[in-house]
Design a protein around this ligand. Sequence first.
Ligand SMILES: Cc1cc2nc3c(=O)[nH]c(=O)nc-3n(C[C@H](O)[C@H](O)[C@H](O)COP(=O)(O)OP(=O)(O)OC[C@H]3O[C@@H](n4cnc5c(N)ncnc54)[C@H](O)[C@@H]3O)c2cc1C
Ligand code: SF4
Length: 486
Amino acid sequence: MADPKGFLTTGREVAETRPVAERVKDWNEVYVPGSLLPIISKQAGRCMDCGIPFCHNGCPLGNLIPEWNDYAYREDWSAASERLHATNNFPEFTGRLCPAPCESACVLGINQPPVTIKNVEVSIIDKAWDSGDVTPQPPERLSGKTVAVIGSGPAGLAAAQQLTRAGHTVAVYERADRIGGLLRYGIPEFKMEKVHINRRIEQMRAEGTKFRTEVEIGRDIDAAKLRRRYDAVVIAAGATVSRDLPVPGRELKGIHFAMEYLPLANKVQEGDFVAPPITAEGKHVVVIGGGDTGADCVGTAHRQGAASVTQLEIMPRPGEERNANQPWPTFPMLYKVTSAHEEGGERIYSVSTTHFEGDEDGNVQFLHLVEVEFKDGKLEQKPGTERKIPAQLVTLAMGFTGTDQSNGLVRQFGLELDERGNIARDADYATNVDGVFVAGDAGRGQSLIVWAIAEGRSAARGVDRYLTGASELPAPIRPTDRALTV
Ligand SMILES: Cc1cc2nc3c(=O)[nH]c(=O)nc-3n(C[C@H](O)[C@H](O)[C@H](O)COP(=O)(O)OP(=O)(O)OC[C@H]3O[C@@H](n4cnc5c(N)ncnc54)[C@H](O)[C@@H]3O)c2cc1C
Ligand code: SF4
């Protein structure tokens, strides 16, 4: 156990963020660099090393949280990093981006603020990179088997790293021009600077993983042909089809899916453009959708110099405390103030968009909305509450409907889909097609990075067993597991 009295003597402290006025002028991560390390050992010391650590179950990766809290408390960073990597290939991604369902399941959280597990995680991995502890781990011998991974988001990268380390020859195919999936194009720089992806890719290359960008399977390469060329295939193509809002005026200029808007801002940071082709500069911006993707649009619009930013959500505002339906240790739906919300803008709940209004040149100018309420389990409009708000840039961040079927990926393989439109799989992540597996959002539907990594690791075990008849790779999670988490 870290510090037997830590939870009694130390209060919860989290990473310090930079002043809003400073950080909206740049794209760097919002945290004060170096602010965590001086406090983190004491924070790790708050861990009670519970007999039954519910945090393990809260984390989809089954991270060994009390073990690395103990090492972090003792400042044995090298041992902490070894324990962290035992279950998580990329803790620098989750330590920055995970909503931390582990903290919702922390036993200390029953009657006190929980251990700041996510901050401990990111401190351990940042320290490990700084001290040179993260090195390539190439396999001792090769199996002679080949695997193609389709998609280079967290699921594809985790599967590829596990399979490469198990001795298989792995090539990752990515249709975008850079590796990383939504980590690269979607999640803004101020949430995670891309240097963290780049150095992992360097590590993976040094281990032997091959990367092929700008190759779309199902369009540039026939999927069935790919299957014949490789001994096994992992599909980690995400759930990239955005949900649309088919109301009058949707065709006006200035209304975009969030995933048309956000990647362009990422590309400016990569040096591809001087200015983004779609920008919020000087405009009244309305973001439709109250989730994380919407919050990323809000933070991006602030940095581009929007005149105003309004975020709309059809559901009522969540509460600030757990309610009876969401008891400890489940992950509750609570009112969240992200770093983007701290930076300004207005959030409007329980409203629905009825239509858009444009000017004579076809540019959107106003969004018309109406208040809604649940009546007998159905969402109904409240008469007399219609109004319009200025909207010169609208982003649609209302979720994703499933795997992209505009290319031949699903058809050429002959894949079965489940009732939600995701690629169907069994408990070993195998699809209906022999030797073809699926991991991450492509099989699960739009979810979280931590789930994508957990699924990539688990699918790798399924593939390894398929190729060799047995596997020593860990499988943290089965497709049907929902545990205590989101
Ligand atoms: C804007 C945004 C912000 C988010 N923020 C967070 C967050 O803060 N925390 C969190 O936990 N989760 C967040 N998420 C969710 C998280 O990013 C996803 O759940 C996660 O990235 C899924 O990983 P994946 O590997 O399954 O798919 P993806 O990351 O979507 O990667 C799939 C990749 O496959 C490629 N691809 C698709 N089809 C083909 C093909 N036919 N051939 C070749 N390549 C192909 C795509 O180009 C893409 O690069 C966010 C999502 C969005 C959209
Ligand atoms: S990956 Fe997420 S759930 Fe798991 S320990 Fe880290 S922050 Fe917690």
